[in-house]
Design a protein around this ligand. Sequence first.
Ligand code: XMP
Length: 308
Amino acid sequence: MLDPSSFIKESIDEIKKTIGDKKAIIALSGGVDSSVASVLVSNAIKENLTAVFVDHGLLREGEAEYVQETFKERLNLRYIDASEEFLGKLTGVEDPEEKRKIIGEVFIRVFEREAEKVGADYLVQGTIAPDWIESHGDIKSHHNVALPHGMVLEVVEPIRELYKDEVRIIGAEMGLPDEMVKRQPYPGPGLAVRIAGEITPEKIEVCRKANAIVEEEVQKVGLDKTLWQYFAVLTNTKVTGVKGDIRDYGYLVVLRMVESLDAMTADVPELPWEMVKTISRRITAEIPEVTHVSLSVSDKPPSTIELA
Ligand code: XMP
């Protein structure tokens, strides 16, 4: 059984011993894992940890403000708006894996610039147990990473033995707000994995608004406590609709809400019909570019959780 206060105390001692007076850097995504790892290390080495929050222009609504607000008193936080750099590289790209690859590459470039500025020796990562167990244990516990320009950082993974529920307990014990430690997992590439086809500013806006509506309505009925993830996908399909008396031609949005323990498998549970209908009505009423909303009922496998 995890004893949160001794875990925190022992981790802080260990981190102090490892990093000493040197500088460390972490990519803070705003997700539970990197948030808890950041705060834990910051409690040990204070300002010597720089938490870099990169805005790739694919964040959900209000996320940049939320992360800055939540962490400004707790971390030496650097907010980097690199959205133009990311979106420029994504122009014209349709293939989902290619999009992920580009986002990963630009991310490393942006992050490396900050690591150089900081003069970091250590890279803190919010790796948790399923991350390396699922990759058949081949992520070593002691390793270095070389950044593209040759900078070598020693990796520190303070929560690598923990599972998600334990990470949440540690976060709560360190005083992170409840809604932060309990928030749904959010993929690193953000809305990119929820937009089919080319990513354009218009599609980002539509997808962002639809996701905000889903989150709001799911939270209203309290299902955020039991669902693993709940979101809206903007398909690349346009369908006919009618708004007012006029025939319209707009996007098809797919609602995806799943239960899961670890994202390896997922089930679509029975959902309150009134909530589903409210989400559908709101999306088509509040987002003029959308004419149709459908609900995904596919489990994983054979489907994946994300669609793009
Ligand atoms: P799939 O779609 O593979 O997703 O069933 C499993 C879990 O992983 C998340 N996901 C990602 N996370 N980068 C990430 O950081 C990605 O490219 C990515 N693709 C999927 C997804 O949200 C789910 O929790």
